[in-house]
Design a protein around this ligand. Structure first.
Ligand SMILES: [Zn+2]
Length: 454
């Protein structure tokens, strides 16, 4: 009943979302040739818009021969366009805004902090509605339809700061039949409670941070608990290693669907029921994987992921360096969809922090703490000991200015660290020139010197 109620509500409230979803479903059965045409048309559309409304791109497109060059071979044209880095966004922020913003329902967002370089962005309602439609489509692949019971093991700092979410948020979740568990606080008593709730609700899908699903699975195993199996476990945010997938699958008795996305461009790709890779949604994203010299990789060759969002006209991100590595699958997926297929994503790596009483705190919590703090260009949280965390910051302003800001913000940050790590945990903020990647070459935004192997 609740599910039906929500469907009726959603149809009235999110009309365009449903129109987009219908379009995506049609795009599932297009041929390779049709997908290619569709992508080229959508690329041209955003490039034309960028030329006409976005000063940053107008300049670049002029340099490459003017707008008529877009009309020729658009994919070759795109290869000429410089990559968009986070520091370029920071430096050219004003010129990246679309000049027609006043006609759009726009809002601020921030890049996921998981590459350790937060940056502020502008998105609009069309981008958001399309994003919701993509989520709904990926859900369908797992056998889940809007309104069915779903358990979401995700991070909520608001819940920790204020004790609960806003009424509107809680009501929306109730209506959608969603049950939210906080991945930012996973002590033994919480995890026992989470398992009890899963057995009560019997969700069709469990959606979780990859790391959090794995932690919960290991807890269930250790404690010898029983879990009522959902139809699917969907993991997102962070790298899903094979050993994690195996444990989750075995403990929850359900297949794992890995989903790949980010706050900057929305969901990008997801596994279908065949589990042979992650299909990129070609209506909303154009993905390139590049070698160090900027040329596209061949199938099975690892390279850097570069994404063009085909739906955000408020602040177009064209050839955006998202900060992950990936490779294309060499074979087509047996499901029959011809959407581009990523074999794996070699993504973000974060350590989970651990308190003295054994509570595990997902690394994502710490990235949320630096959202909308524009003075932080790059960061890394290091758990030196149970009661001591240092925060390394490469400031986006001069060091003297940054020192003043630290004086003002240190207390607030330390308090928020203490909420999860305990009242005796100290936070030290160190300003540094640079934060080098780990020896493996991967950048870690949280490093724990105590949680290893725990
Ligand atoms: Zn497939």
């Amino acid at each position: 009943m609740k599910g039906l109620l929500y469907q009726a509500y959603a149809m009235a409230r999110h009309h365009s979302q449903l129109t987009f979803l219908n379009f995506l479903r049609k795009a599932e059965s297009l041929t390779e040739e049709q997908i290619k045409k569709l992508q080229e048309e959508r690329l041209r559309a955003i490039l034309r818009h960028a030329y006409e409304n976005v000063p940053y791109y107008k300049k670049q497109i002029e340099l490459l021969g003017g707008p008529q060059t877009i009309e020729k071979d658009v994919k070759s044209f795109l290869l000429e366009l410089p990559l968009l880095t986070k520091s370029a966004i920071r430096e050219s922020w004003e010129e990246l805004k679309s000049q027609d913003l006043k006609n759009r329902k726009w809002f601020y967002n921030t890049s996921g902090g998981s590459t350790g370089e937060p940056v502020r962005l502008i998105q609009d309602s069309v981008f958001r509605e399309y994003g919701q439609a993509v989520k709904a489509l990926f859900d369908l692949w797992t056998g889940y339809r809007i309104g069915m019971p779903k358990v979401i093991l995700w991070g909520s700092e608001r819940d920790l700061f204020l004790g609960k979410e806003r009424f509107k948020v809680r009501f929306g979740r109730w209506l959608r039949n969603e049950y939210w568990l906080n991945a930012f606080r996973m002590g033994p008593s919480e995890m026992r409670e989470y398992v009890r709730l899963i057995n009560d609700v019997r969700p069709v899908q469990i959606l979780a941070y990859a790391e959090a699903a794995y932690e919960l699975a290991r807890f269930v195993e250790r404690e010898g608990l029983k879990v009522s199996p959902p139809r699917a476990v969907m993991t997102s945010a962070g790298t899903l290693y094979d050993y994690m997938r195996e444990t989750i699958q075995q403990v929850f008795g359900a297949p794992v669907f890995n989903r790949y996305g980010s706050r900057e461009v929305g969901d990008i790709a997801c596994e279908c029921e065949a589990h042979e890779g992650l299909h990129v949604c070609p209506v909303t994203q154009y993905v390139e994987i590049l070698r160090e010299d900027g040329t596209p990789v061949g199938p099975g060759e690892v390279g850097e992921v570069v994404v063009t969002s085909l739906t955000n006209y408020a602040m177009p991100l064209i050839r955006y360096r998202i900060g992950d590595m990936a490779l294309w699958a060499a074979e087509k997926c047996s499901c029959g969809r011809v959407w581009p297929l990523l074999k794996t994503i070699i993504g973000r790596v974060a350590d989970t922090f651990i308190t003295k009483d054994g509570t595990r705190v997902h690394g994502e919590y710490f990235t949320h703490l630096v959202y909308f703090r524009d003075w932080i260009q790059k960061f890394q949280f290091v758990q030196e000991d149970y009661d001591f965390i240092s925060l390394l910051v490469v400031p986006s302003c001069r060091f003297e200015e940054a020192r003043e800001i630290v004086k003002h913000e240190h207390q607030d940050l330390e308090k928020k660290v203490q909420i999860v790590m305990g009242g005796s945990c100290r936070l030290e903020i160190k300003l540094v020139e640079d934060i080098p990647p780990s020896p493996s070459g991967k950048y870690r935004y949280t490093v724990s010197k105590v949680a290893k192997g725990g």
